[in-house]
Each structure stands twice: as C-alpha cells, then as structure tokens.
Design a protein around this ligand. Structure first.
Ligand code: DC
Length: 228
C-alpha cells in the first residue's frame, strides 16, 4: 500500500466535484485525477475509431492502449488524445453520455484501473470520480461524497453552458442528468454509491468557498493539511 495520501471525491455529475477537486489540489499542492476524463476519452476514441459503444472487447482494447496526455496550463488542463487537443470535445453532453455508456462495461473499468492508480504520486492526490473511495483508492484517509439535487445540478450545467456561449434547454439537461444518474447507479460494476466510510456533503445550498472550507476542516482534522 502506498504511503502517499489520497483524498477521494465521489458523487453524481454536477455536484461540484471537478471545481472543488481542482481547488483542493491547488491548495495542497497535490496531483489531480479527473477519472471521468478517462472514460470520456475512451468514449471519444471509440467514436473516432468506429468502435460500437456496446462492443466490450473493442472498448477494453481502446482503454488499455489509450494515448492521452494531461498538460497543466495555469488554471486549466489541456487534454490530448492521440496528439490532438480534445479539451473541449470531451466536455460535450454527447461525450458525457457516451462516457457513461462505456463506463458500464466491466472490462473498460478493469483496463483503466492501473492507469488511475498510477496518478498516486507524492506529495498526494485528489481523486475525482464515481468509485474513487469504493474501488480505486479504498485506503484513502479522507473520502467525501458530494451530492446536490438533480434540479440544482441541471441549473449549474445550464449556467456553465451559457457562460461558454452554448445554448441549452434546462428541462432537457435535467432529463439527461436523471438518465445518467440512473445508469451510473444501476450498473453492476462499481456503481455510483458512497463508500461506507465516506462523509456525505450536500452542496445544493453551499457556495464553492463553503465546500472548500468544509473539506479543509476535514483534511486538517486528519493531519493532511495545515489550518492556515
Ligand atoms: O465526471 P464526468 O461527468 O466527467 O464522468 C463522465 C462519465 O464517466 C459519468 O457518466 C460516469 C463515468 N465515470 C465512472 O463511471 N467512474 C468514474 N470514476 C468517473 C466517471
């Protein structure tokens, strides 16, 4: 088992994991694993190479050989697939939906397991996903499960898309979020659920700084961060 500490943030899409994980990783000076990006990249690779989203063997092969790079650039991370910048392409609703489908394939999850564990490097790791605390890093000293109502998550996604100049309908976003939640929670392997020892945090009525403060408190209590 690794001596390097890891904090896991699991929960449904739109609960704030991405933003909070990035801020906590910055604050601690730790590495960041955006595991959803790996599923999104596998899905994008499948679409590019004409591999069907229900072809388990073909998808696992793609996941095993995924040629990706994460390049930190100030506040953002540039994501490359086979040398091409796909930072925007992996964030579309289409890529998210396809990711949720490939993520339900057990052989894909198995193929991505080691790649995710390899992110655990000193001085520490903040791991963002659905099964970080239950499957990938079960030994994590701090596990947090972030939630928010589906309506609030749809509203956040709507505002995010609007900011990026993308037109969207709030009601169709809500439907997509509910469909993705159902698929992520009902799959047989590593379904979306809190680890037994995870702390639950409902972010529906919390601001981002409030969530960061709460996590910082828990990190400090465990000796993983200083109080200042
Ligand atoms: O967090 P995200 O929206 O980028 O994740 C995209 C999809 O990938 C999501 O629908 C579920 C899946 N996923 C997963 O199954 N396990 C993870 N650890 C992360 C994401």
């Amino acid at each position: 088992m690794s001596e390097t500490p890891v904090v896991t943030l699991d929960g449904p899409g739109g609960a704030g994991k991405g933003t909070i994980s990035r801020l906590i990783a910055e604050r601690l000076g730790w590495h960041l694993l955006d595991s959803g990006a790996l599923y999104r990249l596998t899905a994008l690779a499948a679409l590019r190479h004409g591999v069907a989203l229900d072809d388990a063997a073909g998808l696992a092969e793609l996941a095993r050989n995924l040629d990706v790079a994460f390049l930190a650039e100030g506040e953002t991370t540039r994501v490359l697939l086979e040398g091409d910048d796909v930072s925007r392409a992996i964030r579309t609703e289409q890529a998210g939906d396809a990711a949720s489908q490939v993520a339900a394939v057990p052989a894909v999850r198995e193929a991505l397991l080691k790649r995710q564990r390899d992110f655990l490097q000193p001085p520490g790791l903040v791991a963002d996903g659905r099964d970080m605390g239950t499957v990938v890093f079960p030994e994590a000293p701090l596990k947090v499960f972030l939630t928010a109502t589906a309506e609030e998550r749809a509203r956040r996604r709507y505002l995010q898309l609007q900011e990026g100049g993308v037109d969207a309908s709030l009601s169709s976003l809500l439907k997509e979020i509910q469909a993705r939640d159902a698929r992520d929670m009902q799959r047989s392997v590593a379904p979306l659920k809190p680890a037994d020892d995870a702390i639950m945090l409902d972010t529906t009525r919390l601001t981002i700084p409030e969530v960061v403060d709460r996590l910082t408190e828990w990190l400090t209590e465990r000796g993983l961060a200083s109080a200042t």
